[in-house]
Design a protein around this ligand. Structure first.
Ligand SMILES: Nc1nc2c(c(=O)[nH]1)N[C@H]1C(S)=C(S)[C@@H](COP(=O)(O)OP(=O)(O)OC[C@H]3O[C@@H](n4cnc5c(=O)[nH]c(N)nc54)[C@H](O)[C@@H]3O)O[C@H]1N2
Ligand SMILES: Nc1nc2c(c(=O)[nH]1)N[C@H]1C(S)=C(S)[C@@H](COP(=O)(O)OP(=O)(O)OC[C@H]3O[C@@H](n4cnc5c(=O)[nH]c(N)nc54)[C@H](O)[C@@H]3O)O[C@H]1N2
Ligand code: SF4
Ligand SMILES: [Mo]
Length: 741
């Protein structure tokens, strides 16, 4: 007998509602949930393959524990005992920093990943914290921290109302959007065009997104900061700056004008290889549009000037009066975020409060650059990492110079991985703790609701029950936290109780909270939910901006009310939030922060540097996701291939043939890669996808190993960083290409 059930898709940031068909103990089909308040039936090929991905026979079903050098299946109790026996001696013998924590991308897609790693980090007190953010969006956090005083206050383009969308280094038609949660991004772009709006795409490749654009500027990779500065200069020079209604909350515009003086369009044009007239034209169009939103992603962050570029994107939005207004860029208000409170100066955002041991990299947002993970393990001396906790992370493939990290991980005293696969990274673990597949996990988007183009809230419970004796991922995290504290065997529910007590204690002490002065124990007694995680969700919803405040607003949101709305609750379009959202010391938007001004000198020097002949950039494929979806037959093959794309002119010049092999040489090493000749990349640029290279021994991803591809990050030695954020440069890397006979 088959039945249908609802499940929010965890496979990318679009968070589509799925309606899945369940036959027995398997998901056999997935369709878009037409009644979902946000995604309204949209689905992509990955969501449609939810059942295959969920039932991948290579997913681990039992924990693995290393005994006599070999990973073998074990019971859950044995596995957690091994975690405690491995971690405690390192914690007791060395400083807290001897444990390195590595958090990968899927943590932002799971309930466990949102709720437990912060508790683990405060229990471990290590400064050796590395996440996928420093091969991704950290520059945007730093930019937001400096501008708005809050690294998590990332404004998103108001897609459904804007009149002119400028997309820089993003390809939402394949990625389905990032730092901009918008189910059916393609449909929303088409709707923009239909209502007479304009789309400009700045990208060295003519992507599927660029093909929808009114104008595509095929910029030279790595030069966006120059182009954007030139646009800023045009706005000042031509008197087009108009701060709009938020003007009184924006400080230090004059200093930005001064910085921009060095970047006239005519000077940057030959470096960006975008005509000066078009740079002026785009600045004028932005100023003239009724509303406009400039939006950037991976091609704007994982570059040498990622933080400057991220900052310039918001500066352009601010100078044209488009920040915090409908149709511009706006701050979402998530149901589990902090309730708005009266504006007041904040504590601001600090960078570099400590530094990494070996290279002295400054911390950003309490993280160290993930490219420094290998050297923190393999460089002897006081404070060296001796044990690692990796959760949903595959840095051996996702971070520059995986070979060095591979060797470093193998040398650890102890490593535990929370991961469903035995892959390039988890194969080094002494204990692998596999979470159940998504069909057996609850889903709530703690991270992405705060980045969504519409305020809404949705929750789905597991579609299928857990197999006997198998913990869900929340319980795995909670038990891991207990093991780190030497409390293996204690009730994992204690972790949730402790978090709830602490949070309620804070809330009752806060004069702005609806529960001010009440008893925490009375409040925790009111929480509902079947699991500790659900009780925490109930608490966050009730204390959040739309919450019932534990009875203060009887109409307000609770977990029970959310469960009554299986397709979600629409909370309306985004609304203005300045000045309440600001946490800078001045209480205003700090348009020209000191660290940024210092970076501009470095940018200026690139105007005279001799350009490299050939630059390497990345690309994503619709049916893929970073390193872990090459094991699903439905998502591989066709155009989803690990090739190097080369423009026909370059191919002719270099003697390359379509389908032939090329040898690529970068700072970090060499690879042989099949050539794909295409004029979708501009001349002087070649493109390779990441997440490939599944041919290492000791892994258990059979389908992926049959067509392993090569690891593009091996071309990169990791020495190039966006210095302010510690983010690895993954795009615009100099590269040499020669034919392999
Ligand atoms: N050259 C190049 N490199 C890049 C990029 C690029 O554009 N170019 N992009 C970068 C970006 S943006 C990112 S985010 C990183 C990603 O880097 P990572 O986060 O290191 O890699 P992922 O492939 O996303 O997968 C991480 C791991 O999560 C596991 N996993 C999947 N689902 C779950 C789950 O539900 N629970 C748990 N516990 N584990 C799960 C997978 O098996 C996999 O081992 O890669 C970066 N690397
Ligand atoms: N199908 C699929 N979806 C995904 C993922 C996936 O792997 N596959 N990964 C997820 C993750 S972790 C993330 S972070 C997001 C990323 O989401 P996006 O950023 O939208 O994804 P990309 O396809 O990497 O787009 C980056 C674009 O930047 C361009 N680019 C490269 N260098 C430069 C440059 O110097 N300047 C400019 N202007 N452009 C440049 C590239 O040509 C590319 O088109 O996608 C998420 N969604
Ligand atoms: S767009 Fe993203 S969230 Fe939507 S179905 Fe596809 S993978 Fe899932
Ligand atoms: Mo990412």
């Amino acid at each position: 007998m088959s039945r249908t059930a609802l499940r929010i898709c965890p496979l990318c940031e679009a968070t589509c509602g799925l309606s899945v068909t369940v036959d027995g103990d398997r998901v056999t089909a997935a369709r878009g949930d037409r009644d979902d308040v946000f995604s309204k039936g949209f689905i992509c090929p990955k969501g449609a393959a939810f059942g295959q991905l969920d039932a991948d026979p290579d997913r681990l079903t039992r924990p693995l524990v290393r005994r006599d050098g070999v990973l073998r299946e074990a019971t859950w109790d044995e596995a957690f005992a091994a975690v405690q026996a491995g971690l405690r001696p390192v914690i007791e013998k060395h400083a807290p920093d001897a444990v390195g924590v590595v958090l990968g991308n899927p943590n932002v897609h799971t309930v466990a990943g949102a709720l437990y790693p912060p508790v683990l980090l405060s229990a471990l007190r290590t400064r050796n914290v590395f996440t996928a953010s420093t091969v991704d969006q950290m520059p945007k956090h730093v930019s937001s921290g400096l501008l708005y005083g809050d690294a998590l206050a990332i404004p998103v383009p108001d897609l459904d109302r804007t009149d002119h969308l400028v997309v820089i280094g993003a390809n939402p038609l394949d990625s389905n959007g990032s730092l901009c949660t918008a189910p059916d991004f393609p449909g929303r772009i088409r709707a923009l065009r239909r209502r007479g709006g304009r789309l400009t795409v700045i990208d060295p490749r003519r992507t599927r997104t660029a093909r929808l654009a009114d104008e595509h500027l095929a910029i030279r990779p790595g030069t966006d900061a120059l182009l954007l500065f030139a646009m800023v200069r045009v706005l000042f020079e031509e008197g087009l700056v108009d701060l709009g209604e938020r003007a009184e909350h924006i400080g230090r515009t004059d200093e930005v004008a001064r910085l921009a003086e060095d970047f006239p369009p005519e000077v940057v044009a030959p470096v960006c290889e975008v005509p000066a007239e078009r740079i002026r034209g785009l600045a004028r169009e932005l100023a003239a549009a009724r509303t406009a939103a400039v939006y950037g992603r991976i091609g704007s962050t994982t570059v040498e000037f990622g933080t400057l570029t991220s900052w310039l994107i918001d500066v352009l939005n601010i100078l044209t009066g488009n920040v915090d207004r409908p149709g511009g860029i706006m701050f979402p208000l998530s149901a589990t975020g902090a309730a708005p409170r009266p504006p007041r100066p904040g504590r601001g955002f600090a960078l570099g409060r400590w530094r990494s041991r070996v290279s002295g990299h400054p911390e950003a947002k309490s993280e160290l650059p993930i490219v420094a993970l290998a050297e923190e393990i393999d460089t002897p001396g006081e404070g060296r990492i001796r044990a690692a906790v990796a959760i949903a992370a595959n840095p051996v493939l996702s971070v520059p110079d995986g070979d060095r990290l591979d060797a470093a991980l193998a040398s650890l005293d102890f490593m535990v991985s929370v991961d469903p696969y035995l892959n390039e990274t988890s194969r080094h673990a002494d204990v692998v703790l596999p979470p159940p597949p998504p069909s057996r996990s609850a889903h709530f988007d703690f991270a992405f609701n705060a980045l969504a183009v519409r305020n809404q809230v949705r929750y789905t419970r597991p579609v299928l029950p857990l197999a006997d004796g198998r913990p869900d991922e929340c319980e795995i995290h909670a038990r891991l936290i207990l093991c780190a504290g030497g409390q293996d065997g204690a009730d994992p529910g204690l972790v949730d109780t402790m978090v709830i007590d602490t949070a309620l204690g804070k809330a009752v002490a806060d004069p702005h909270s609806p529960v001010h002065g009440l008893q925490p124990s009375d409040l925790s007694g009111e929480l509902t939910g079947q699991t500790g995680a659900e009780r925490r969700l109930d608490m966050m919803l009730r204390l959040g901006p739309y919450g019932d405040g534990f009875g203060a607003d009887p109409e307000g949101l609770t977990l029970a009310r959310l469960l009554d709305h299986p397709h979600g609750i629409d909370l309306g379009p985004l609304t203005p939030r300045i000045p309440g959202v600001l946490k800078t010391r001045s209480g205003t938007v700090e348009l020209c922060p000191e660290p940024i001004a210092a970076e501009v000198a470095r940018l200026r020097s690139t105007l005279t540097a001799r350009p490299d002949e050939l630059l390497l950039i990345g690309r994503r494929h619709l049916r893929s996701n970073n390193s872990w979806m090459h094991n699903v037959p439905a998502l591989t093959g066709g155009s989803n291939r690990c090739t190097v794309q080369v423009h026909p002119d370059d191919a002719t010049r270099l003697g390359l043939t379509d389908g032939g092999l090329a040898r690529l040489k970068g700072d970090g090493g060499e690879l042989e890669v099949p050539v794909e000749i295409t004029d979708t990349v501009r001349p002087g640029v070649v493109s390779m996808p990441h997440g490939w290279g599944h041919d290492r021994p000791g892994t258990r991803t059979g389908h992926a190993a049959a067509d392993p591809g090569v690891n593009v990050n091996q071309l990169n030695d990791g020495s190039r960083l966006d210095v302010l954020s510690g983010t690895a440069v993954l795009n615009a890397l100099p590269i040499l290409l020669t034919p392999v006979p």
